[in-house]
Design a protein around this ligand. Structure first.
Ligand code: NAP
Length: 485
């Protein structure tokens, strides 16, 4: 089954512990975004295969939920070790189908492993309560139980680690799962099937189905056997899934889009702000949900910031993610390049100044030049829409209250960043910002230990931290009477 391209590449669904094609035999191609080369195919599955996967997950739930927390923790630890033992092969597969530089891909694989380890540890801490009873002859217990079968739908930008954030808590809690990865990057998800087989996960506990997003998604949302949908992706699809899941009153966890503001005050440490700006914007070629979408820089430091930032951005080297000389890969597809062009055209037409970049890269294909635009204005598309590409628009501002209002003037509320050396200001601004996550003088904020997630249209629930398990367990209240006074 293993491919000569990569030992983890599988061209089949993983259902009930078996590698199987779509019932129709239909497939869909997977291409390398760096050069368009076909890497392989995966099944084009739909309702029937999803139904089979749900049935397998439902049957497996009976046994899996009865395993002890220690057994689940031990299995997750073995999974962590298997991931790290195969980090290089998994990272290479990720770069081939997603495009990010190999160093970033290695980081994503290690980050996924770290989430698995975190949830291995959390598996043993899913505590209930004994509550002081208001009745002399009754005792009150509160226990936690796994929610059941989980439907997990993941995006292409972090195709391995976004799955780790879902499978980690699901398996730790005693849930089983049906996974539907993004069409552009299914191999990194199918690789989890190989790993799970290797560490001895019982058949049917995790199932992976590729294919028709709407058909698979509808079945997951409407099946009464699936008790939770966990989704990472765009806000538009997330809203649709919430509505569909309502018909069977499922739990939903939604990690949706962002429009992160990055605020630099005059009193900021400029070196730190430039380094943070660079880190939050150009990781994964700007294709992360917590990438800065809007830079707001106070007048007194604005010109120095733009100059230093643009100099750092000009030094980026584009190329295939497998080329060790490259530190910036391609965008995921031609649609993403066209959308990036649209943002730049809109900004130019409304008076924005392209300081560096601003066009397709001479490498062609899906490569776009890392771009800095100054003179950004609230009527530009950046204010409203998620860029998801390598463009850094810089707005100039004067007052603290003005920038809080500008930063909050979006439906999104995922991550935001504030750079200041004034403690009082840091606290005021942090409290004024309507976001799920705030970095103060810090651009790299994600870790397994923290509750990652957004407010407003950026989502529901949290992934990671001790909070990350809560969406995968139900609370059961037990009243015990009849045995004491
Ligand atoms: P997307 O277009 O919403 O796709 C995400 C997943 O949903 C894919 O697996 C996709 O399948 C599937 N999907 C599409 N239509 C569906 C339908 N009708 N029913 C069920 N599933 C459906 O998002 P994306 O472009 O892959 O990812 C980028 C977005 O994800 C950005 O908005 C980003 O901010 C967000 N994101 C958020 C977080 C976070 O933690 N908040 C993290 C990473 C990314 P196909 O690929 O087959 O279409």
């Amino acid at each position: 089954m293993s491919s000569p391209i990569n030992p983890f590449l599988r061209e089949a669904n993983f259902i009930n512990g078996e590698w199987v094609p779509a019932n129709s035999g239909e497939t869909m191609p997977v291409n390398n975004p760096a050069d368009g080369a076909k890497l392989g195919v995966v099944p084009f599955s739909g309702v029937l295969e999803t139904r089979g996967a749900i049935k397998a997950a439902h049957s497996a739930f009976g046994g899996w939920q009865k395993t002890t927390a220690l057994e689940r923790a031990q299995l997750l630890r073995r999974l962590h070790d298997a991931i790290m033992d195969n980090q290089e092969a998994l990272a290479t597969l990720l770069t081939l189908e997603q495009g990010k530089p190999l160093t970033e891909a290695r980081g994503e694989i290690a980050s996924g492993a770290a989430y698995i380890l975190w949830f291995a540890e959390e598996a043993r801490r899913i505590y209930g309560d004994v509550v002081p009873s208001p009745w002399a002859d009754k005792r009150i217990l509160v226990t936690k139980e796994p929610v059941g079968v989980v439907g997990a739908i993941t995006p292409w930008n972090f195709p391995s680690s976004m799955l780790a954030r879902k499978l980690g808590p699901a398996l730790a809690a005693g849930c089983t799962a049906v996974v539907k990865p993004a069409t552009q990057t299914p191999f990194s998800a199918l690789a989890w099937g190989v790993l799970l087989e290797e560490v001895g996960l019982p058949s049917g506990v995790v199932n992976i189905v590729t294919g028709d997003a709407a058909a698979i998604g509808d079945e997951l949302c409407t099946s009464p056997l699936v008790r939770k949908i966990t989704f990472t992706g765009s806000t538009g699809i997330g809203k649709m899934l919430i509505a569909k899941a309502a018909s069977t009153v499922k739990r939903v966890s939604m990690e949706l889009g962002g429009n992160a503001p990055f605020i630099v005050f005059d009193d900021a440490d400029l070196d730190r702000a430039v380094a943070g700006a660079f880190a939050t914007k150009f990781r994964n070629s700007g294709q992360t949900c917590i990438c800065t979408n809007r830079f707001f820089v106070q007048s007194g430091i604005h010109d120095a910031f733009v100059e230093r930032f643009a100099t750092a951005v000009k030094a980026l080297t584009l190329g295939s993610g497998l080329d060790p000389a490259s530190n910036q890969g391609p965008l995921i597809d031609s649609r993403a390049v066209s959308k990036t062009e649209e943002f730049v055209t809109d900004a130019r037409e409304k008076g924005g100044i392209v300081v560096t970049g601003g066009q397709r890269h001479s490498l062609g294909g899906n490569f776009y030049e890392p771009t800095v635009i100054s003179g950004a204005k609230p009527d530009m598309m950046f204010m409203r829409d998620e860029i998801f590409g390598p463009i850094a628009p810089v707005f100039r501002f004067e007052e603290e209250q003005e920038v809080i209002e500008l930063a909050n003037a979006t439906d999104y509320g995922l991550a935001c960043y504030v750079y200041t050396t004034n403690l009082g200001r840091a606290v005021r601004v942090m409290e004024g910002l309507k976001y799920g996550m705030v970095g103060i003088n810090e651009g790299l904020i994600a870790a397994p230990e923290v509750p990652f997630g957004g407010v407003k249209h950026s989502g529901l629930g949290r992934e990671g931290g001790r909070q990350g398990i809560e969406d995968y367990v139900e609370t059961k209240y037990v009243c015990v009477g009849g045995f004491c006074r």
